[in-house]
Design a binder for this molecule. Structure first.
Ligand SMILES: *Cc1c(COP(=O)(O)O)cnc(C)c1O
Length: 406
């Protein structure tokens, strides 16, 4: 039985002696919640991506929501999101009482389509959340130009001071997949107003759970000030964090708003520091190596459509390898996945489009309005990509896919 083959998981984290040693030393330091390691991790991410201020949190979802709240997004507002993303992108909009306005994506690279965004903009639009699907940056020049366009600006109807200060739609990038990716010489994080990374267990750079907000807002915003506000917002609106309160006699604090509780812990930051140190010259190289191996094999076979992960202007972070099967149906795709699973290989589908999920379906979204997202989804299979994947395992994945698709 093929079941006897050793399993190939989809995306296990890279955990070795170095990671374990750092976590132990965080535990032994006596400081386990937000503290020096988190602050160091924030600084190093900022250096890596090329921005001045980064706030670490316990998830990307928290980061996206915190920024929507910071911008004053509320009931009656609209936020544009791709129909083809993880539910977090739209759920955070719902949490704020606003309406996620879904738009269809590109057939070639899966990313949000700029013309479709333009058509979806109304007087109620406050934020656009592009998603760098699979690690490939969106068309940020076009997106930023759209937000700054004279006629689009005229439509913008600010309701809060922050919105007045910006004077246009905020671009809040969901870069959960794309830390380390490059667009026209700049890394994600530095490509638009605000960018949020995820450090969830399956992501390229993990802290088990975690996320970061990269602040890149234009004048007149004071990033140091916003950094402080966001730290307070992530800790119940408390004017002093636990570390500040440890100073002897420094016990008194105030609460200026009913904030959230979504700060990062130093135990998680310890994992992140190790991950970041070896990210660019080790993790990304390995991921690119795997992408190239898959591409070499599948491009020789007419049944497959190879994903775009490098162009003249873009370089992916090689997060997900979204292979598509040509001329197939959703059911046939599911059957292929089943056959590959029989070989003890774990593959995935990124993503079930939001309009197909019960919550959004019952809220009135209809997948028939998003034909490209559906077609991408119906033909897509994401292949295993992770640091410890061996050449032999890559070959097994290729053989299994080739065999199953015939
Ligand atoms: C994983 C993911 C998120 C959420 O990240 P968390 O850190 O788990 O909150 C958001 N958007 C996309 C596209 C994701 O894949």
């Amino acid at each position: 039985m093929t079941h006897n083959l050793p399993p190939i998981p989809f995306s296990p984290p890279r955990i070795d002696d170095k990671t374990i040693a750092e976590v132990i030393s965080a535990l032994q330091s006596g400081w386990i919640t937000t503290g020096p390691r988190t602050k160091e991790f924030e600084k190093r991410i900022a250096q890596y991506v090329g921005v001045d201020k980064v706030v670490c949190l316990n998830s990307a979802s928290a980061g996206l929501e915190l920024m929507l709240r910071w911008f004053g997004v509320q009931e009656g507002d609209e936020v544009i999101v791709p129909a083809y993303t993880y539910c977090a992108t739209a759920n955070v909009v719902v949490h704020c009482g606003a309406k996620p306005v879904m738009v269809d994506v590109n057939a070639n690279d899966f990313n949000i389509n700029i013309q479709n965004i333009e058509k979806a903009i109304t007087e109620k639009t406050k934020v656009i959340i592009p998603v760098d699907f699979a690690g490939l940056p969106c068309d940020y020049d076009e997106l930023n130009q759209l937000a700054s366009n004279e006629n689009i600006r005229k439509k913008f109807t600010p309701r809060t001071l922050t919105q007045k200060q910006l004077g246009r739609i905020l671009i809040l990038s969901d870069a959960a997949h794309s830390i380390g990716a490059i667009y026209k010489g700049k890394r994600t994080g530095a490509l638009t107003d605000v960018t949020v990374f995820s450090f969830h267990a399956v992501k390229n750079l993990t802290t088990a759970e975690g996320g970061a907000i990269c602040l890149n807002l234009p004048e007149p915003f004071n990033l140091e000030e916003i950094y402080k506000q966001l730290c307070i917002k992530s800790l119940h609106g408390q004017s002093k964090d636990a570390l500040a309160k440890t100073q002897i006699g420094n016990w008194r604090y105030d609460v200026c708003e009913a904030g959230y509780k979504c700060n990062m812990t130093d135990i998680l930051a310890a994992i992140g520091l190790v991950e970041l140190e070896r990210y660019e010259n080790d993790m990304l190289l390995k991921r690119k190596y795997i992408f190239d191996k898959y591409t070499e094999a599948f491009s020789k076979d007419k049944r497959f459509e190879i994903p775009i992960f490098e162009t003249d202007t873009k370089k992916s972070s090689y997060h997900v390898y979204p292979l598509r099967i040509k001329n197939t149906t959703e059911n046939e795709r599911d059957a292929i996945i089943q056959q590959v699973a029989m070989q003890n290989i774990s593959v995935n589908v990124h993503f079930i489009p939001l309009p197909m999920l019960s919550f959004y379906k019952s809220a009135g979204y209809n997948i028939q309005d998003f034909s490209v997202a559906y077609d991408n989804y119906a033909r897509e299979i994401s292949l295993p990509v992770y640091y410890d994947l061996t050449d032999e395992q890559i070959e097994r994945v290729i053989r299994a896919m080739m065999g199953a698709s015939s």
